[in-house]
Design a protein around this ligand. Structure first.
Ligand code: SAH
Length: 361
């Protein structure tokens, strides 16, 4: 058995090097080759002796998930469909903007939380992704986007907002984020790595201790009755507890606000009264509110709020003194927008199989 070095952090790589009788500094060299240079072939590691390179090739590998599909949308958003074995696929999305490039990474094949408006949730849960599969998405995207050692980086930000609930795969997500933050690997600042959660309260507390990064919380409703319906995990961790966890997190976080995501569903959560209720609800928490126009997918019963309803909702929040923005819909022509990522996860529930999202091979 060879070990896949792509998922090992600096400490684990030091252990691996010690096993080969090599000095600890080799770990940093390996990190640089693998993650800075995007190399997957030990023979390219020219600052190591030929003997060492051969020993590495015998005992280790560098591997990311296989790309099944690579699609670019009209607006430049790019989506990769990746094979993670046994009939499971996940999706990774790159969103280019004028002065930054954001990679949206998946943390699970499927999702167990069953939020009523999310296509990943409709697929059911399959399994947690490994560290290799999580960091492999960044590694692959970096390579595909043509980043060399000296080139400017196309990926300046990472959001853990793809398929799955990242806090439900805590250990692997944190290990992958440590690689994102390590200067010898991707060197991203904590403020440019954002984890989005549907509201796993104990996970938010653990994250604050283990690996504080920017936090986004999928709120979506101004009261428990509606949130219970849209985000069923709310029955376990109701809004009050969630907001208290956000406040605790802020004392440890690299940013001084939490982002609340709020999907705009016509006639469900988009009235002016609900905006006022939301403003009152979050008054105590330093936050920004990101309104996400609902992205439809086959078989779903919701509709996107109209532009007037979204503008009115935002205005009410702003009049109440909150910072509110509307997320630009990107890549929806290739089903790469928020909530449209379905991969080719085996549908355990058989509720909403959508053949048009299966890759043609
Ligand atoms: N499980 C995490 C990570 C997913 S992030 C979380 O819930 O935060 C994806 C974001 O897109 C979440 O805010 C999610 O609620 C939102 N979303 C899901 N389905 C959507 C849809 N169909 N249209 C718009 N946003 C959606």
């Amino acid at each position: 058995m060879t070990v896949n070095l792509i998922g090992l952090d600096q400490e684990a790589l030091r252990g691996f090097c010690a096993g080969l009788g090599e000095k600890p500094y080799r770990a940093r060299q390996l990190l640089r080759w693998i993650h800075h240079a995007g190399v997957d072939d030990f023979s390219a590691m020219t600052d190591m002796s030929r003997v060492l390179r051969e020993r590495l090739a015998q005992s280790a590998s560098i591997g990311a998930p296989r790309v099944l599909h690579d699609t670019t949308a009209a607006d430049g958003t790019r989506k990769w469909l990746l094979d993670v074995g046994t009939g499971n696929a996940i999706e990774t999305v790159f969103i280019p903007e004028t002065n930054r490039g954001t990679l949206c990474i998946s943390s699970q094949a499927g999702c167990a939380l069953e939020c009523s408006f999310c296509s990943t949730g409709k697929q059911g849960f399959n399994r947690n992704l490994t560290v290799e599969e999580i960091i492999g998405q960044l590694w692959l995207a970096n390579r595909s986007l043509g980043r060399g050692v000296t080139e400017e980086r196309p990926i300046s930000n990472v959001v853990m907002m793809g398929m799955g609930e990242p806090l439900a795969n805590f250990e692997n997500v944190v290990a992958a984020m440590r690689l994102m933050l390590d200067d010898s690997a991707y060197g991203l600042s904590r403020r440019r790595v954002t984890l989005s959660t549907a509201g796993l309260v104990p996970g938010i507390d653990r994250l604050g201790d283990a690996c504080p990064v920017a936090l986004a919380v999928s709120l979506h409703a101004p009261n428990d009755a509606l949130r219970d319906e849209l985000v069923p995990i709310n029955r376990k961790y109701p809004i009050r507890e969630l907001l208290a966890a956000c406040l605790r997190y802020l004392s440890k976080a690299p940013r001084d606000f939490v982002t609340f995501e709020y999907v705009m569903l016509e006639g469900v959560n988009d009235s002016a009264d609900q905006a006022r209720e939301l403003a009152a609800l979050v008054r105590e928490v330093p936050c920004k509110i990101n309104l996400i126009p609902f992205n439809p997918f086959p078989g779903v019963g919701y509709r996107r709020s109209g532009p007037e309803a979204i503008a009115r909702f935002r205005d009410v929040l702003m009049q109440a003194g909150l910072v509110a923005t509307v997320r630009k819909t990107r890549g929806d022509d290739i089903a790469a927008a928020c909530g449209q990522l379905a991969g080719r996860v085996q549908d355990r529930t058989r509720r909403t199989r959508s053949p048009q999202q299966e890759p043609s091979r």
